[in-house]
Design a protein around this ligand. Structure first.
Ligand code: MN
Length: 737
């Protein structure tokens, strides 16, 4: 087990003013916390945080990071609370330990490349401080170094995760040596046969190869020395995984990959890099198409170097990398090199470039003039516009910031989105409108009855959810319009005394529909339902003879009963209803069901138009009821109801004789009902329909009146009309004509 003294010595060597006391206290605290715990290897658990701290000294990080390295597993595996760490080591340390704990609690099961990319971004997004990532990588390095103690299944899954998630993160942050180590370690467990084969092959040909490389190195060194350039030239070992990848990618043999020898030249300035390139090309013959200038055009992770390949002695190809000391440090240590700058030992070269690099790398949004000040901002937000969450199966979904469970549901599946009724976020019930946070685990609850509604549009953030909800609403509106259109036409045809089934056949309806520009029966019905085409107009084309006849007979009937309307209708002033818990609301009664006192009712908040009162069995109310948040309980106010009258519709089926009609209206007058509208139609030869709108005080009065009408000789049936569509014609008030 590594000695803590060694770590403290190392730290104070590269950072003389480091707070070593803090490191010692962290060591003591960690040994107390992990007391008695053992690793699978049988070693005391404490060896792990010590090794992690040691790797952090290799990255030359400061006392805070080393302290966090020592404490990184104390929250997860022991009884320690975050507050304890905060009290003992301060806010910064506690925040970092907490960040590490959160990441290690994440469980990934990634297979696809897209999935892996999301996981990488999620980890970066969750690590608000870049040190969390660096310590996490050190943790992973030590776990990979000791992976042989675990069982085969764990070796595979941890290696898979390392290769897919952590090595690419190291690469992205420019930490070359960490990437290399993580890749080779994973390679060993994931493809053991290929790994040992490549390793054996390397050992077999290495000696011969090294001789050749040494020859080149010597030749180049001497040549450049004569040009008075002080450089370091060295053979460049290829790591096993990169050989494997090249073989796979280019479908070439080991020999072909390994024959390509690599030499690296490190110098002091950028100008010298170009100078050396020119000299090399004068010494050996360059291979066309192999020159890459990553100094002028750095890679995405700000890697810089000149790459070329030449034909060396014996006609063998040799690859060269030419770079400065600073570029080399960046390629090996990446972001860690920059971090060190903040902790007191500044890099003196190219640091402006490097600051630009970090900005670039972290997609830093904020403008900071002073680079030192910039580095004081330890908090980062790598993906400020995204949030990463889990499905119950541990798949990661990337969503825009402030996305809701509705967005999530649609991102999983359109069906799930359309039927979602609620969500569980991290196991707790949550509203569909809750904003999601990084790392949340979302489970959607759904119900077949649920449908998307307009309110959802106000909270969703993804364009997928928006467009799906919109298209659903549009589709439903058209579907409803189609049904309404067909129904209206059917009713009107029936009013003409014709059997609708005979007239509403495709070959009858389609020609007049096409004549007015509708290419299908359904599009005509939809137009009727949307009110784009007037039913009466269409009827004159569909059944011209019957329409004309009916208009005539209706006229005479209308004249006949006009005198029975005794009183002028007055507009009802809706009142007499009380909303539980709410005063002073504008109340209106729904025209579709015309509820009267005594009916069971519910209130529906209509935007900008007050409270709409429906009877509970009204089909519209049932539809509305699904948007339950807009429904309020209401009850009749028995004090006021007596003073008011309510419009209600009834339909009286009579023998088709004018005399019957007269008797009906007379009875109504006797019952003290105020008739405001009468409409007549003929059902068939024998039957006439009288549709009446009248005003009553309450349900009891209406019932009495209907009973009285029923007793009239010649009346076949009396029923109350609650449905908007079957009561069509009521609106055409005679008094308005
Ligand atoms: Mn650990």
């Amino acid at each position: 087990m590594i000695r803590p003294e060694y770590i403290v010595e190392e730290l104070s060597r590269y950072m003389p003013d480091a707070d070593c006391d803090m490191v010692w206290r962290a060591y003591a605290f960690a040994s107390k916390c992990h007391k008695g715990q053992k690793r699978v290897s049988g070693e005391p658990y404490l060896s792990h945080p010590l090794e992690v701290a040691n790797i952090l000294t290799a990255m030359k990080l400061g006392h805070i990071s080393i302290t966090v390295g020592l404490l990184h597993d104390t929250l997860e595996d022991t009884e320690t609370s975050p507050n304890e760490i905060k009290d003992l080591f301060g806010e910064e340390v506690s925040m970092l330990v907490d960040g590490l704990t959160k990441i290690s609690k994440l469980k990934f099961s990634s297979q696809e490349e897209l999935q892996a990319e999301n996981v990488r971004k999620m980890i970066l997004a969750m690590s608000k401080d870049i040190r969390v990532i660096m310590i996490k990588l050190a943790d992973r390095i030590h776990n990979m170094r000791t992976l042989h103690y675990l069982d085969k299944a764990k070796q595979k899954s941890i290696s898979q995760e390392t290769l897919e998630i952590y090595a690419p993160i190291a690469s992205r942050l420019g930490m070359g040596w960490i990437k290399t180590e993580l890749e080779d370690a994973s390679f060993k467990y994931l493809w053991p046969d290929e790994y040992s084969e490549i390793k054996q092959s390397v050992i077999r040909v290495e000696k011969q190869r090294n001789q050749y490389v040494n020859l080149i190195v010597k030749e180049v060194e001497e040549f450049l020395y004569n040009e008075e350039l002080s450089v370091s030239v060295a053979g460049r070992p290829k790591h096993y995984f990169s050989i494997f990848e090249k073989m796979r990618r280019l479908k070439i043999s080991f020999e072909e990959v390994f024959d390509l020898m690599g030499v690296r030249i490190i110098t002091s300035t950028k100008q010298e890099c170009y100078l050396i390139l020119g000299l090399l090309h004068s010494l050996y013959k360059p291979i066309p198409g192999k020159l890459d200038d990553y100094i002028a055009l750095p890679k995405a992770n700000m890697y810089q170097s000149l790459h070329t390949a030449i034909v060396g002695p014996e006609g063998k190809a040799v690859e060269f990398q030419i770079r400065t000391q600073g570029m080399h440090m960046v390629s090996e240590e990446g972001i860690a090199a920059h971090w060190r700058y903040k902790e007191g030992s500044p890099l003196n070269q190219e640091h402006d470039d490097q600051i630009t690099w970090i900005r670039h790398l972290l997609e830093w949004q904020k403008d900071v003039d002073n680079p030192r000040e910039f580095l004081e901002y330890v908090k980062i937000d790598l993906f400020p516009n995204d949030v990463y969450v889990f499905t119950p199966k541990q798949e990661v979904k990337a969503l825009p910031k402030d996305a809701t469970p509705i967005d999530f549901a649609f991102s999983v599946h359109t069906e799930l989105g359309q039927h979602c009724i609620g969500a569980k976020v991290n196991g707790k019930l949550a509203s569909l409108k809750q904003k999601l946070k990084n790392g949340d685990i979302i489970e959607i609850m759904s119900n077949e009855q649920q449908k998307p509604n307009r309110d959802w549009l106000k909270v969703v953030k993804t364009s997928k959810a928006k467009s799906k909800i919109n298209s659903y609403i549009r589709q439903e509106e058209r579907k409803r319009a189609l049904e309404i259109g067909r129904e209206i036409l059917e009713k009107e045809i029936r009013h003409l005394g014709i059997d609708p089934h005979k007239l509403m056949e495709e070959n009858k309806v389609l020609p007049p529909a096409q004549a007015i520009g509708y290419m299908s029966v359904n599009s005509l019905y939809t137009a009727l339902g949307l009110g784009k085409v007037k039913v009466s107009n269409f009827l004159t084309k569909l059944a011209p003879v019957e329409t004309a006849k009916a208009a005539k007979s209706k006229q005479s009937f209308t004249d006949a009963i006009k005198r029975f309307i005794t009183r002028t209708p007055k507009p009802t002033k809706p009142q007499g209803i009380r909303v539980k818990g709410i005063d002073d609301v504008l109340i209106r009664f729904a025209k579709c069901c015309n509820p009267v006192p005594g009916d069971n009712v519910l209130g529906f908040i209509s935007r900008g138009r007050g409270l709409m009162v429906h009877s509970v069995d009204c089909p519209n109310a049932i539809t509305i009821g699904l948007e339950s948040e807009r429904v309020v309980a209401v009850e009749w106010d028995t004090e006021k109801e007596k003073k008011n009258s309510y419009k209600v519709g009834i339909e009286v089926e009579t023998q088709n004789k004018p005399g019957v009609l007269a008797k009906v209206t007379a009875v109504m007058a006797d019952e003290n009902s105020n008739i405001t509208d009468v409409n007549l139609s003929v059902k068939d030869e024998q039957t006439g329909i009288v549709s009446i709108t009248l005003e009553v005080a309450n349900l009891a009065q209406l019932q009495e009146m209907m009973d009285a009408v029923m007793k009239v000789n010649g009346v076949k049936n009396v029923k109350r009309v609650k449905n908007k569509h079957s009561s069509r014609g009521f609106n055409k008030s005679m008094s308005e004509k």
